[in-house]
Write a protein that binds this ligand. Structure first.
Ligand code: ZN
Length: 132
């Protein structure tokens, strides 16, 4: 596994992107809407990983609820595996709790989330990229 991205919940995506670009000196940014998760995302490309800033696109978005109860900040880390089904199965056999089933993410990825209670308070996404 390797770290695929680190996701941060923000109130105002356009303002947050400007701040992050200024502070980190990152020029390479892409925007994307993931309707299934109710988020608009700005992807900042780092040398070895990505930072994803996320804002809610609707009232029912999980990010909206997160921002209301916890405020802005680290939302989840994402770990990439090329065998998401096998890893999920192995973890479930070891008592790991998940939030939802494996589902389509952005750009042909498959994603699922490990419950933060199973990883000492850190919401963790598992993702796999489509085969090239
Ligand atoms: Zn993510």
């Amino acid at each position: 596994m390797k770290v695929d991205h680190i996701a941060i919940a923000v109130n105002n995506l356009d303002e947050a992107v400007k701040e992050y670009q200024k502070v980190l000196g990152v020029k390479d940014v892409e925007f994307e809407v993931v309707e299934s998760e109710g988020v608009r995302v700005a992807i900042l490309h780092l040398d070895n990983s990505r930072i994803e800033l996320m804002e809610a696109t609707k009232e029912t978005s999980p990010i909206k609820k997160f921002l209301e109860s916890r405020g802005e900040g680290l939302h989840h880390i994402a770990l990439e595996t090329d065998k998401i089904e096998g890893e999920t199965e192995r973890m479930k056999e070891n008592g790991v709790r998940f939030l939802g089933e494996i589902r389509p993410g952005s750009r042909g990825t498959k994603i699922t989330f490990i419950h933060p209670k199973s990883l000492h308070g850190v919401l963790t996404e598992l993702c796999s990229h489509p085969e090239k």
